[in-house]
Design a protein around this ligand. Structure first.
Ligand code: TMP
Ligand code: ASP
Length: 238
């Protein structure tokens, strides 16, 4: 598939047109950003690691009945994807309290939540991706009521598939963020990526962080951690 003009560049990926107006190529970048890009760096090979991890996870989800935008991984860094209109809601799923949840509500770090929490954030860099409730999302026309229900159901379904999967490779899926898009018929597809940039993974035995918190918190060893996640994902999904 021919890579044509750049049509969008985000913090983690570039999107290119292809010869088919229904398809795009997503190129995973080596850039690392945190805190709404106030902190920036680069890690050579990070894009390829995320492209590999995310492709495997999208394939796993697709096999388990979650419709995704992924057609196939084309090479090290590139995914061929269906074009969608991204719903500007970041859907965060939490199993264990950490990050902004502990900061906002004072829940102790590491607390196992009594049930899986699904939250919506408004995908808007200028506003710093603020937390949204359903009425905010409806008020702003980000999605309709049926779609909000679908987003929550899909987020829980993804968690129900990924939680035991990661447990089988000795990783705790602490929390993660997913994004969805609408195809030309209005069907909702899982879009964007699922990678150590968008999830928190803690080693089940040592508790070691194997995700972007290594960058956010200056822990070092970012690439080694992402390589370890890929190794474990491949261990389970050959
Ligand atoms: P938070 O605790 O900082 O709100 O993050 C929750 C989850 O969402 C965590 O797995 C990291 C992920 N995340 C993103 O993928 N992008 C973002 O912009 C933020 C803030 C979090
Ligand atoms: N993704 C956001 C950024 O790149 C925030 C984060 O992941 O911490 O700035």
């Amino acid at each position: 598939m021919e890579k044509k003009e750049l049509i969008y560049e985000g913090k983690g990926k570039k999107l290119f047109a292809t010869g088919d107006s229904a398809l795009l190529i997503a190129e995973f970048k080596d850039d690392l950003t945190a805190f709404n890009a106030q902190k920036k760096s680069q890690e050579k090979g990070k894009g390829a690691l995320n492209a590999a991890i995310s492709a495997k996870l999208f394939e796993l989800l697709e096999r388990n009945g979650v419709a995704t935008h992924l057609i196939k991984r084309l090479d090290e860094t590139d995914h061929l994807i269906k074009k969608t209109r991204i719903i500007p809601i970041e859907v965060v799923v939490r199993n264990i309290a950490t990050g902004s949840l502990t900061k906002r509500l004072g829940i102790a770090e590491g607390t196992k939540l009594p049930f899986t929490l699904v939250e919506f954030y408004y995908k808007n860099d200028d506003l710093g991706d603020p937390l949204l409730n359903d009425e905010h999302a409806l008020l702003m026309n980000l999605a309709n009521e049926k779609e909000l229900t679908a987003l929550k159901r899909l987020a829980r379904k993804i968690n129900d598939i990924l939680l035991p999967f990661f447990e089988s490779v000795r990783l705790k899926l602490v929390d993660f963020k997913v994004e969805f898009g609408r195809d030309e018929k209005g069907a909702i597809l899982l879009a964007d990526e699922i990678s150590p940039d968008s999830c928190r993974f803690w080693d089940a035995l040592s508790g070691e962080k194997l995700d972007k918190d290594r960058f956010r918190q200056d822990l070092g060893g970012v690439k080694v951690a992402y390589e370890e996640v890929l190794k474990r994902v491949q261990e389970a999904l050959r």
